[in-house]
Design a protein around this ligand. Structure first.
Ligand code: AMP
Ligand code: ZN
Length: 117
């Protein structure tokens, strides 16, 4: 999509700090990190949000997950752990409408379950 920021990053017309790239998937550093390690993993194909994946995209969705695991490992997070987050739609605060996983780690993250804080 011509007016999509992450499509432009995938095409290389907007620069990014890449950490992984293959034919289908790209990963790069988030420009405003929310944790010591904050990476974004995207399909090169434009898919606006979690809601837009089709059944024909199941393999590509799997590729983004396998890539995320590999990237987390290469970032040194395999043992310490990490969080994989997707924001979908208005209430989540999604601001870039090209699907992406956030990989967050490198410190103890706030627990999502308040009772175990
Ligand atoms: P969200 O759509 O809320 O899941 O998050 C989009 C993320 O993209 C935010 O964490 C931004 O900091 C990040 N971001 C926005 N522009 C860029 C960019 N040019 N390069 C890398 N990350 C970006
Ligand atoms: Zn896009």
């Amino acid at each position: 999509m011509s007016d999509c920021l992450f499509c432009k990053i995938a095409e290389g017309t907007i620069p990014s700090r890449k950490v992984f790239e293959d034919e289908h998937v790209l990963a790069f550093h988030d420009i405003q990190p929310q944790a010591p390690v904050h990476l974004l993993v995207i399909p090169k194909k434009h898919i606006a949000s979690m809601n837009e994946w089709g059944a024909e995209d199941a393999e590509l969705l799997g590729r983004t997950l396998f890539a995320a695991r590999q990237i987390a490992k290469e970032a040194g997070l395999e043992e310490s752990g990490y969080r994989l987050v997707n924001n979908c739609g208005r209430d989540s605060g999604q601001i870039v409408f090209h699907f992406h996983w956030h990989i967050l780690g490198g410190e103890k993250l706030a627990n999502l379950n308040p009772s175990s804080n």
